[in-house]
Design a protein around this ligand. Structure first.
Ligand code: ATP
Ligand code: MG
Length: 437
C-alpha cells in the first residue's frame, strides 16, 4: 500500500475565536506603526518595559478592580495544573507594570517613564475593533504627581496620531478629584438614582451600590436622559483638584491639543484620581475609543507598595490601524532592492557569500530558491524577479563570480543597459541600487 492510503487525513485546526493571525503584507502595517511608536517614545524619554503575559489572578482582582467588566466576566483565568496557582492571561498591562515597579523598587530614585506594547486577552464578543486577543500600546509615568505629566502623556498620544497622519480624533477629559470629593458625589449620585430606581436597567441596578459612578458611562440609550441630569462630579471638586485640572487643560491648549470636557467620562474605582481622558473617533462605529487613560495615585498602595502617584494610558492598536486604513493610509512591506538570479546551482556557494556582502552593504537581497523544484530556467527566474517587485536583478554567473564581478540588470527601467560591476567597488554602486524610501 502507498503512504497515501495508510495515513488518514487529519482535521485542520483553526485559531481560537476572536484571536487573529497577523500575516504579511498586513504585518508591515504593524511594523510601520511600531516603528513610529518607538521613535516617539524615545523622543519623550519613555523606556520600554516587558512584563509577563501570565500573572497571578489576584493582581487583576485587586489592580483592575473586582467590580469591573474585565474582572467580572472577561478574564482568561485558569489553575496551574502542576501547583494549583490561580493564574490569568493579562487583560491589561497597568497592574503588571505597577507590580514590577514595586517588586524592583523602580521609583526609588525618582519618577520613571515607561511604555509597553503587546497582546492582551479579554473574553468578549468578537466584532470589528473588539477581539479576544488584541494589542495594546501603553505609557505609564510612575512617581510624578504634577498635572504637567498628565498633559505630557496626552500630548504623546496627540503626537503619535499626528505622526501617523490620523485625522478626526478628539481628546475628551474629565477630573475625578480625590477620594473624599468622590465620596460626597457618590452620596448625591446614590440619592439621585434611588429616586429614579424604576428607570434603571438591570445592570445599573446591580451596580448601584457597588460602582454607581460606572452607571454614568452606560451605553443603554434609554438611560441617557436620566444620566445626563445626574449630579456631576466636577461640581464636587475642591480648589486643589480644580487647579490640577485647569493646569492640564491650559498646558494642552498651549501645545495645540484640542480638548473638550466630558463630565460623564469616569472610572469607577477608588484608586483613580484627578485626570481621566479618552481619544475618540466617530469613524469606527461603536468601537471608537482608541485610547483611554488617567491618573491612578492609589494603585501602588493597593498592590502592596508605598503610596506613589502615577498616570498612564492604554491604546488599542487594531483600532488605530483600522482608522489608518479607513483614512486611506496603507503602508506596505518594501520590495527587495535586488532579486538574485543564479543561472547555475554550482555557483551557489560563491553567490550566497556575495549576497551576504551585498546585504552588509545595505541592499535587501531576495535569493531565487528553487533547487529542489528544478524551476531554474532563466525565464522562470526572471519571472520571479519581476513578481518580487525588486528594481534590479543581479545575475550571479559562475564565471563572473570567479572574477569578483556580477551582472546588474534594471527590471523597471528598460532604458538602462545591463552592466558588469566589480565587487571590489561595491561601496560605490550598492547605494545606487537602493530603493528610495
Ligand atoms: P471598551 O469600552 O471599548 O470596552 P475599555 O474601557 O474596556 O474599552 P480599556 O481597558 O481602557 O478599554 O483599554 C484601552 C483601549 O484598548 C481601548 O480604548 C481600546 O482601544 C482597546 N481595547 C479594549 N478592549 C479591546 C478589545 N477587546 N479588542 C480590541 N481593542 C480593545
Ligand atoms: Mg471593555
Amino acid at each position: 500500500m502507498s503512504e497515501k492510503e495508510t495515513t488518514p487525513k487529519l482535521e485542520k485546526l483553526s485559531a481560537v475565536k476572536g484571536m487573529n493571525d497577523i500575516l504579511p503584507p498586513d504585518s508591515a502595517r504593524w511594523e510601520y506603526l511600531e516603528d513610529k511608536v518607538r521613535t516617539l517614545m524615545g523622543l519623550y524619554g519613555y523606556r520600554n518595559i516587558r512584563t509577563p503575559i501570565v500573572e497571578p489572578t489576584a493582581l487583576f482582582v485587586r489592580g483592575t478592580g473586582e467590580t469591573t467588566d474585565i474582572v467580572e466576566k472577561e478574564m482568561y483565568s485558569f489553575e496551574d495544573k502542576l501547583n494549583g496557582e490561580a493564574l490569568t492571561l493579562r487583560p491589561e498591562n497597568t497592574p503588571g507594570v505597577v507590580r514590577a515597579a514595586i517588586e524592583h523598587n523602580l521609583t526609588y530614585d525618582g519618577g520613571k517613564r515607561l511604555y509597553y506594547m503587546g497582546p492582551m486577552f479579554r473574553h468578549e464578543r468578537p466584532q470589528r475593533g473588539r477581539y479576544r486577543q488584541f494589542y495594546q500600546l501603553g505609557a505609564e509615568a510612575l512617581g510624578f504627581a504634577g498635572p504637567e505629566v498628565d498633559a505630557e502623556l496626552m500630548l504623546l498620544v496627540h503626537d503619535l496620531f499626528a505622526a501617523l497622519g490620523l485625522r478626526n480624533v478628539r481628546a475628551e477629559l474629565n477630573s475625578l478629584g480625590v477620594p473624599s470629593e468622590r465620596q460626597a458625589h457618590r452620596l448625591a449620585l446614590l440619592a439621585y438614582f434611588e429616586e429614579h430606581l424604576e428607570q434603571l436597567d438591570a445592570e445599573a441596578q446591580r451596580r448601584l451600590y457597588s460602582n454607581p459612578l460606572r452607571i454614568l458611562d452606560t451605553k443603554n440609550p434609554s438611560l441617557q436622559t436620566l444620566v445626563q441630569s445626574a449630579p456631576q462630579l466636577l461640581n464636587y471638586l475642591g480648589d486643589e483638584s480644580l487647579k490640577h485640572f485647569d493646569t492640564v487643560k491650559t498646558l494642552l491648549s498651549a501645545c495645540g491639543v484640542q480638548w473638550s470636557v466630558n463630565p460623564r467620562l469616569v472610572r469607577g474605582l477608588d484608586y483613580y484620581s484627578h485626570t481621566v481622558f479618552e481619544f475618540v473617533t466617530d469613524e469606527l462605529g461603536a468601537q471608537g475609543t482608541l485610547c483611554g487613560g488617567g491618573r491612578y495615585d492609589g494603585l501602588f498602595k493597593l498592590l502592596g507598595g508605598k503610596a506613589t502617584p502615577a498616570v498612564g494610558w492604554g491604546m488599542g492598536l487594531e483600532r488605530v490601524l483600522e482608522l489608518l486604513k479607513e483614512q486611506g493610509e496603507t503602508p506596505t512591506a518594501p520590495a527587495p532592492d535586488v532579486y538574485a538570479v543564479i543561472p547555475d546551482a554550482a555557483a551557489l556557494p560563491l553567490a550566497m557569500q556575495t549576497m551576504q556582502t551585498l546585504r552588509a552593504a545595505g541592499l535587501a537581497v531576495q535569493m531565487h530558491a528553487a533547487l529542489a523544484e528544478g524551476s531554474n530556467s532563466m525565464k522562470s527566474q526572471f519571472k520571479k524577479a519581476d513578481a518580487s517587485g525588486a528594481r534590479y536583478a543581479i545575475i550571479f554567473g559562475s564565471d563572473e563570480l570567479t572574477q569578483n564581478t556580477v551582472t546588474v540588470k534594471a527590471l523597471r527601467d528598460a532604458t538602462l543597459a545591463q552592466s558588469i560591476r566589480s565587487l571590489a567597488e561595491i561601496d560605490s554602486w550598492a547605494p545606487t541600487l537602493q530603493s528610495p524610501t
